[in-house]
Design a protein around this ligand. Sequence first.
Ligand code: BV8
Length: 225
Amino acid sequence: MDKIVILTGAGVSAESGLGTFRDAGGVWTQYDLEEVATPEGFAKNPGLVHDFYNARRENCKNKAPNAAHDALARLEREFTGDLMLVTQNVDDLHERAGCQNVVHMHGELMRARCALCDHRYDAPLVMGVADPCPACERGPTRPDIVWFGEMPFFMDDIYVALSAADLFVSIGTSGSVYPAAGFVQIADAAGADTLELNLEPSLGISDFAQARQGPATQIVPEWVA
Ligand code: BV8
């Protein structure tokens, strides 16, 4: 086995105290996704969207990586084959656990970009509507996040890796959001073995050859060992 693709979702950060999206009390039960995670929502009320991401940046700032993040960072260090770690998460806990090459297909909470010149930069903890782009000084700035209806990042690289994978592992995701939820079918069709590690069976459980249920801080280190 020398080519592994791993996909993570909010469940890998749950035990670090970051909310998931669709579990009881999850982010999308508290906020209307259409208002705070779509380009239309940003166009209609950019202040509300900045408040939403400012609150999540503040919440993420004092959270720590957990044993699942640590195990994946160890795997990245020790695995001698090709490993691609793709995350749907916008938090930076994989990086803070020591991962060097994280593919943030939905963008990054700690990054911002200019809606006019596309300049990307480290987001201030608190972003506001009036913040000018540090490069062109004209564009409205936005969180460097992929909203619903927007093209996720790095899709070509991800599809190439899935088509060549020997093993695809999905960790801590409900399988609710596409195109990520379709990755297992692409990997399976390419002949890869497939494994789901999740607290409970995801919506895509029937597409996986193997599955283990349990908290990520337990089942991910067990799998990496
Ligand atoms: C796209 C950033 C075209 C935001 C996110 C109409 C118009 C356009 C598109 C669509 C449309 N209708 C449907 C679509 C597709 C849409 C989509 O899938 N919608 C869903 C709601 C039906 N997708 C898109 O719009 C995407 N773009 O389609 O462009 C295209 C198509 C193909 C190829 C290229 C382009 C863009 C989607 C990206 C949206 N942005 N994130 C932000 O974070 O603020 S996605 C959003 O859901 C979240 O951010 C999260 O990243 C993602 C997935 O959620 P999960 O990570 O799975 O979290 P969830 O809470 O759901 O599940 C947690 C899981 O963890 C659970 O299973 C739970 O059991 C488990 N768990 C909990 N605790 C633990 C645990 N597991 C282990 N241990 C624990 N302790």
